[in-house]
Design a protein around this ligand. Structure first.
Ligand code: 6PG
Length: 481
């Protein structure tokens, strides 16, 4: 038994993570894959890694020094359970099983409960950063017991990305907390991507710019307050030219966005938690709409005409407006994501430090950006703020961008450019900002048809109006139906 860490599942994420582990001082890495050919392939391609390879799961377990620590990197779902069972059969109390896949946190909670009964630690760890992150330094969001983190923490810190001198890993909370936070990360990732896509669409349609010119705009934005990995790679994607046709790459890609589920989970869970995450939800729905070619074709065949595009007269000024609308909408999406983290922590009993989450997202992960320092500062200063939008930095940013944000949403609406992300974010902001909401009328309607009752602005108590009688008001108990 010579290895201090093992990796099960050697597809590209697993292989890269194993190589990352092996490249760090002090690690000896055991590797195992269901089909041995893949293990051989990895070991032969990377002799420098000094992998301890096993053909059988028994040999793999025997190659691990105690407490045994193995990271499972197989596709989330049933495959994960099969590997967990194999390891549980062979591991001893105190050993640690880590699931590094994109598991549903509800599954992680159940798995942790089941495995913990054997005395073995089970840790669901969100790992973000794609293939390159796994190899060079991801952002890691481990859950599980604090005790397991004592062994696991230093190993994960050795391979995590480093942002401003700090490794991008923290013990998020117990059982499923890590996978929960990874899920929210992905929800925010969806929103960020959708907002960037809308900005591109506006620059092209209203701004009249070609993809290569838009790439320049994004590259420039990446030097300012919008600096982020997603902005950076957007510039690269937009600059790409299709070798076969010579057309911009973005024009030869079918405009139907796929997804693997984490964005949908974010929204499903936010609905259950009662947290409005419209910015994230619209990003998920935007992918769904794009993937409905029949409905799109049906409407396109039915319409008589499309509105005239309100072409930008001053493209530089227009691009500046778009950047401000993008930033303000992004602030909303992050505020909503953190609200979901707060609600999840409360419901599932996790002690999640929001500032630490913001910090481990500064490097390694897909949403990495300087901007997360501002979120960390806001929660560091006051962990109990009602919303990120009240933190002075963000309040100022939104105030400064507000007029541009409104111009952009209005121009998009007049021009027929869909901006579900910008629009939902602005409506959310206005809903919080306005003194009175028409929710009062909704309460009236509910009371009319279902005697659902209402409260008054001018006195305590619960009331119902006898709508089908003489329409007088009575004081009553809150409706339960
Ligand atoms: C990451 C990514 C990664 C992946 C997701 C999203 O943090 O490294 O979020 O987990 O790209 O699977 O994929 P979909 O867009 O396919 O849902």
């Amino acid at each position: 038994a010579t290895a201090n860490i093992g990796v099960v599942g050697l597809a590209v994420m697993g292989s890269n993570l194993a190589r990352n582990l092996a490249s760090r001082e002090g690690n000896t890495v055991a590797v195992y894959n269901r089909t041995y050919a893949r293990t051989e392939e990895l070991v032969n391609a990377h002799p420098e890694a000094g992998f301890v390879a096993s053909e059988s799961i028994d040999d793999f377990v025997a190659s691990l020094a105690t407490p045994r620590t193995a990271i499972i990197m197989v596709q989330a779902g049933r495959g994960t359970d099969a590997v967990i069972d194999q390891l549980v059969e062979r591991f001893e109390p105190g050993d640690i099983i880590v699931d590094g896949g994109n598991a549903n946190f509800h599954d992680t909670i159940a798995r942790e409960k089941r495995v913990a009964e054997t005395g073995i630690h089970f840790v669901g760890a969100g790992i973000s950063g794609g293939e390159e992150g796994a190899l060079k330094g991801p952002s890691i969001m481990p859950g599980g017991s604090a005790e397991s983190y004592e062994t696991l923490g230093p190993i994960l810190a050795s391979i995590a990305a480093v942002a401003e001198g700090e490794p991008c890993v923290t013990h998020v909370g117990t059982d499923g907390a890590g996978h929960f936070v990874k899920m929210i990360h992905n929800g925010i990732e969806y929103a960020d991507m959708q907002l960037i896509a809308e900005a591109y669409d506006l620059l092209r349609t209203v701004g009249g710019l070609e993809p290569a010119a838009i790439a320049d705009v994004f590259a420039e934005w990446n030097n300012g307050y919008l600096e982020s990995y997603l902005i950076e790679i957007t510039a690269e994607v937009l600059r790409q030219v299709d070798a076969e046709t010579g057309n911009p790459f973005v024009d030869i890609v079918l405009d139907q966005a796929g997804s693997k589920g984490t964005g949908v989970w974010t929204v499903q869970n936010a609905l259950d938690l009662g947290v409005p995450v419209g910015g994230i939800a619209e990003a998920v729905f935007a992918r769904a709409v794009s993937s409905k070619p029949n409905q799109r074709a049906a409407v396109q065949a039915t319409i008589q005409s499309r509105p005239d595009v309100q072409k930008a007269s001053d493209v530089a000024a227009f691009a500046d407006d778009v950047s401000k609308a993008l930033y303000a909408s992004k602030v909303v999406a992050y505020a909503q994501g953190f609200d979901a983290i707060i609600a999840g922590a409360e419901k599932y009993g996790w002690d999640i430090h929001k500032d630490k989450i913001a910090k481990i997202w500064r490097g390694g992960c897909i949403i990495r950006a300087q901007f997360l320092n501002r979120i960390a500062d806001a929660y560091d200063e006051n962990p109990d703020i009602a919303t990120l939008l009240e933190a002075p930095y963000f309040a100022d940013a939104v105030r400064e961008g507000e007029a541009a944000w409104r111009r952009i949403v209005a121009t998009a609406a007049l021009s027929g450019v869909p901006v579900p992300g910008f629009g939902a974010a602005l409506s959310y902001y206005d809903s919080l900002a306005v003194k009175r909401l028409p929710a009062a009328l909704v309460q009236g309607q509910r009371d009319f048809f279902g005697a659902h009752t209402y409260k008054r602005v001018d006195k305590d108590g619960v009331f119902h109006t006898l709508w089908s009688g003489d329409r007088t008001e009575i004081e009553t108990e809150p409706s339960t139906h």
